[in-house]
Write a protein that binds this ligand. Sequence first.
Ligand code: CDP
Length: 217
Amino acid sequence: MIEIAIDGTAASGKGTLAKKLAKKYGFIHLDTGLLYRKVANELIIKKKDNSTNLEYYSFEVAKNLNFLKLKKEDLRSEKTAKLASLIATYPKLREVLNSIQKEFVNNNKSKFPGCVLDGRDIGTKILPNANFKFFIDASIDIRAKRRLLEKNISFLHENDEKCMLQSLIREMKERDMLDSSRTTSPLVPASDAHLIDTSYMNADELLLKVTKIIEGN
Ligand code: CDP
């Protein structure tokens, strides 16, 4: 099975790239951030998100969750993302979610010619021997604008938009910082990853660049 590992910062374009690659090559795709978001969302539903014992509850929730039907739309909020980033620092929770990701790859080996996983530690931890590794980034201003567009909000006032952009920039910076500085599986490029800055590239241009690398053109 061909393995493609995609890591990168929030709203850098890694998720769209992963989906497009999977579609192009008929590979199976897993957005691993959804696993962390699902646990975070469950903690919020169970009103455990402010618990002093968050590490324990994250582990307990993750062990008993059904990750089969993950829907991005239900898990998109920045509140969920922020909590996901916080609980993603817990080694025991990561162990549970790492096993699920590895099981996902193993279970699909005979069904698909390849897999694409995107997240923060795919090239370094989950698929260390991946055939291709990519690390995707873009400037914080551009990433915040993309995230705002994803939210599909029609603004009444220009100031509302500016305000929302500012808060997105702040939240994403905080999350990037937490993700990159944690001790367990931090967000860092694998030494053999192709580093791509998508600040001035659209999704199709990125796909073209990556397929050229994969196909050796
Ligand atoms: O879509 P976005 O890039 O904003 O976030 P995500 O991929 O859904 O991930 C949400 C959070 O989960 C990240 O900020 C990370 O803290 C955590 N995560 C992780 O630690 N390891 C992964 N493989 C995927 C996500």
